[in-house]
Write a protein that binds this ligand. Structure first.
Ligand code: UD1
Length: 416
């Protein structure tokens, strides 16, 4: 297993190019099970989760190649079983269930794993698919589903779950008749998936709102599609500029999707300026503490919670972070405390008092965004920080150390 060794090396300066969005690419890859004919996806980030998705597609009967950010896919005779060994590492792989039911009428998919940031059940996914006519049995860690053709339905989600909205959107695209989905997640990645499905011939409307309407079609066809840029990666590098008191130009930054993050960073004193090809970010004034509540989009994203917490550690005065999406998403906090941060947790709220300095220390990465926040803390800390167990980071950030080192960081990857 690898670790990152980070020597606090002063302000970062330079240009970082933002990659395609992992959280858009993963559901789109699972949707690729459905269309007949070749598909070409561009701007796909080179990440462990993307490789896992391609392997899963191969097992399900789709041929894939992945070169220079382009995935080419063509499905032949589909198989209906997604084995545990692939699904356990990546929660998004459960999204193959609906597409398999829609195309084959049967599916057997292992219950997913993924980041350890909470219980993360899939009940909303299954309830939605049941409303479309599927039936399920849970056997030995597998979900076995069947249907005799999916039928459009009126579904109101109990919670605007990103994954459940994406899942039902895919399945409803090939269901017979109209589906009206209410209380949908409005995350930009859901819109990206809907745009991809429409490019394949689906009829989805209402993108970006909480009500999506789907007119089922009998068949989807292949297409060429460019995956959106990664707003969470971009937000992470915005914090990197601010926390090191440097200046970064983030090329291809999807700034129009980042209102809540930009608003909070600006409130903290970060200067963010949009330009035609990207966004320029630096610390404007002294950093000051703020209060953040994570919410479904367009609220402040939970995937940017750990990173802004790192910045708050060095801001003047007090900050609070209330985590409302996942119940177990403060695992980075104890590691930051080991680096000299002053943070206390009460229930779902972290209370942070800014300190003058963080100190390098060996720390343990626990999930994807927690890992990124520890790298950020390490960039600003005095001395050397070792971030251990970084396989999570490789699931979500393309070339993170190359990108940061290109802007003046001192990060080495070593065997643990
Ligand atoms: C997606 C993102 C993840 C992000 C999250 C919230 C991907 C691959 N992952 O995850 O990075 O942090 O959105 O923005 O896109 N829930 C249920 N039952 C369900 C489904 C969800 O109770 O059937 C709960 C979850 O446990 C969690 C909350 O709903 O507490 C939000 O989950 P959801 O929006 O579904 O997140 P994911 O799609 O898993």
């Amino acid at each position: 297993m690898d670790k990152l060794v980070i020597r606090g090396n002063g302000p970062l300066h330079g240009k970082i190019c933002i990659s395609g969005a992992k959280n858009a690419a993963l559901p789109i890859l699972m949707a690729c099970i459905m269309p007949n004919g070749p598909i070409e996806l561009t701007n796909v980030p080179k990440l462990a989760d993307i490789n896992t998705s391609c392997k899963l597609l191969n097992i399900l009967g789709c041929e894939t190649t992945f070169e220079n950010g382009t995935v080419r896919i063509e499905c032949g005779q589909r198989n209906h079983e997604a084995p545990y060994d692939l699904v356990r590492t990546m929660r998004a792989s459960v999204l193959c269930l609906g597409p398999l039911l829609a195309t084959l009428g049967e599916a057997k998919v292992a219950l997913p794993g993924g980041c350890a940031i909470g219980a993360r059940p899939v009940d909303l996914h299954l309830k939605g698919l049941e409303a479309l006519g599927a039936t399920f049995e849970l056997t030995e860690g597998y979900i076995e589903g069947r249907c005799d053709g999916l039928k459009g339905a009126h579904i109101t989600f109990d919670f605007p779950s990103v994954g459940a909205t994406e899942h039902i959107l895919m399945a409803a695209s090939l269901a017979e008749g109209e589906s009206i989905l209410e209380n949908c997640a409005r995350e930009p990645e859901v819109t990206d998936l809907a745009n991809f499905l429409n490019a394949c011939g689906a009829k989805i409307s209402g993108m970006g709102t909480s009500i999506l309407t789907v007119q089922g079609v009998p068949e989807l066809k292949g297409c060429k599609y460019k995956v959106m840029a990664d707003r969470i990666e971009a937000g992470t590098y915005m914090v990197a500029a601010a926390i090191t008191d440097g200046e970064l130009f983030l090329e291809d930054c999807p700034f129009h999707e980042m209102d809540a993050v930009a608003y909070k960073l600006r409130e903290m004193g970060v200067w963010i300026h949009e330009k035609p090809t990207g966004v320029l970010v630096r610390r404007g004034t002294e950093l000051v503490g703020v209060d953040v509540n994570t919410r479904p989009h367009p609220g402040y994203p939970t995937d940017m919670q750990a990173q802004i917490t790192a910045l708050m550690c060095l801001a003047k005065g007090a900050s609070t972070v209330e985590e409302n999406i996942f119940e177990n998403r403060f695992m980075h906090v104890m590691e930051m405390v080991r680096m000299g941060a002053d943070i206390r947790i009460k229930g779902r709220t972290a209370m942070i008092r800014g300190v003058d300095r963080l100190m390098g220390a060996p720390v343990m990465a626990s999930d994807l965004r927690a890992s990124a926040s520890l790298v950020l803390a390490g960039l600003a800390a005095k001395g050397t920080t070792e971030v251990r167990r970084i396989y999570h980071l490789d699931r979500g950030y393309e070339n993170i150390e190359q990108k940061l080192n290109g802007a003046g960081a001192d990060i080495r990857r070593e065997k643990q």
